[in-house]
Design a protein around this ligand. Structure first.
Ligand code: BGC
Length: 397
């Protein structure tokens, strides 16, 4: 049996990367970008969005459906021009609750549920243009036709992969008689974040989500590209990552996401703590069951970090947080180097917004590895408001 100190030294070694290592990751990220753009096999899908940055002058009222995590949101958004946006009405509802779980269901059950929520939200005698933020990898075959490539974030709804998500939604809406809803655009949440930030700041050319999932988009020759960077896989996995990956819904996909996003960080902490408990290294006792899968969440991790107590659990949480930040920073560096000039980065997502010190440490890491000044800013609600901007941009297409 090893000592606690040597265990923690090993863990620190595995979970903290040097600036040199980050630069190497950035370089291989750049290589994967180039391959993906060139149509060669790559872990980065590099999916064109058909959308360019807005001018900030777009105006009107649009309906937005924001679907991609445990909660779905429907919003009525008013674009006022001059970079100003207001949300005039919204509702949020969970996909899983007492006696139901639409994250593990059939396509019909899921889309009928969404259509029902939409019809309850709108007026029957008005016409709406709807933008749908769909936070999964999909291939566009038109501004309002998106084919789901694969589910992520442990979603498992049968009959959607390979299908046009907008057609499924259209069908369910039509059955409810909601022909006053025109499905104008489908977009990824990173793209929504980018559009929302760019509506006010044309210098913003990278949009990213650090929440339940992780992904980034950027502006390539005037078009926003959804990289699906959560799938980046030129990374070395620790044994904890390997266990998590093997036990996940889709093993061998979304490596970066599984090492860096909110759906998984708590589970990595749990796996480490479980091993320490098994090795008899834990002297303190904690009110958690380290043997139960996914029983420790990233939200609990945030609570632990906010207390700043000096114990092993806090140290483990801090190391897992640090690696998430460093890996994501390395991918941003890869994009900035590919672009060759400094641009601003907009980020939305619960981890970035709520995990203690996450945003600050990310900014600090970027300053250490990238020589030029850039602004990294929280774009709250970007995925919802961006759907309205996309609907405005596509309403006449
Ligand atoms: C999805 C992306 C999405 C990201 C953030 C990932 O699991 O593949 O499309 O942008 O989560 O929500």
């Amino acid at each position: 049996m090893g000592s606690l100190k040597s265990f923690m030294d090993q863990l620190t070694y595995q979970f903290s990367l040097s600036n040199q290592e980050l630069k190497e990751i950035a370089q291989s990220f750049g290589e994967e970008m180039a391959k993906g753009l060139g149509g060669q096999p790559s872990s980065l899908k590099m999916l064109p969005s058909y959308l360019a940055n807005p001018t900030g002058k777009e105006k009107g009222s649009f309906l937005a459906l924001d679907f991609g995590g445990t909660n779905v949101r429907i919003l009525l958004v008013e674009l006022l021009g001059e970079g100003k946006i207001t949300v005039t009405k919204q509702k949020s509802f969970p996909l899983a609750g007492e006696g139901y779980n639409y994250m593990v269901s059939t396509a019909k059950e899921l889309f009928d549920f969404l259509a029902q929520q939409i019809t309850q939200f709108i007026d029957q005698d008005k016409t709406y243009y709807l933008g749908h933020t769909f936070s999964f990898p999909f291939r566009l075959e038109g501004v309002n036709k998106g084919i789901l490539l694969n589910w992520t974030k442990e979603f498992d709804v049968s009959g959607v992969e390979g299908q046009d998500v907008m057609e499924l939604l259209h069908h369910s809406l039509a059955q409810k008689g909601a022909d006053n809803v025109i499905l104008a655009a489908i977009l990824n949440d990173t793209v929504g974040t980018q559009l929302t930030a760019a509506y006010q700041d044309p210098q913003c050319q990278i949009g990213s989500i650090i929440g339940t999932g992780h992904n980034t988009c950027y502006l390539e020759k005037g078009i926003i590209i959804n990289m699906e960077s959560g799938n980046f896989n030129k990374l070395s996995l620790t044994r904890y990552d390997q266990i998590l990956n093997k036990d996940s819904e889709e093993p061998d996909s979304q490596w970066l996401e599984k090492m860096a996003s909110g759906r998984y960080l708590g589970e990595i902490v749990r796996l480490i703590m479980k091993e320490m408990e098994e090795q008899g290294l834990l002297r303190e006792s904690y009110p958690y069951h380290w043997t139960e899968k996914y029983s420790f969440s990233s939200a609990q991790m945030s609570q632990i970090l906010s207390k700043k107590e000096e114990n092993i659990l806090t140290q483990v949480c801090a190391l897992v947080r640090l690696r998430s930040i460093q890996l994501i920073a390395a991918t941003y560096l890869g994009i900035l180097e590919h672009l060759g000039n400094p641009v601003n980065i907009a980020i939305d997502g619960s981890l970035y917004e709520k995990m203690p010190d996450y945003a600050y440490l990310l900014q600090q890491t970027m300053q250490e590895i990238y020589p030029n000044p850039i602004t990294i800013k929280l774009t709250k609600d970007g995925s919802g408001m961006g759907a309205a901007i996309a609907a405005a941009l596509c309403q006449n297409k």
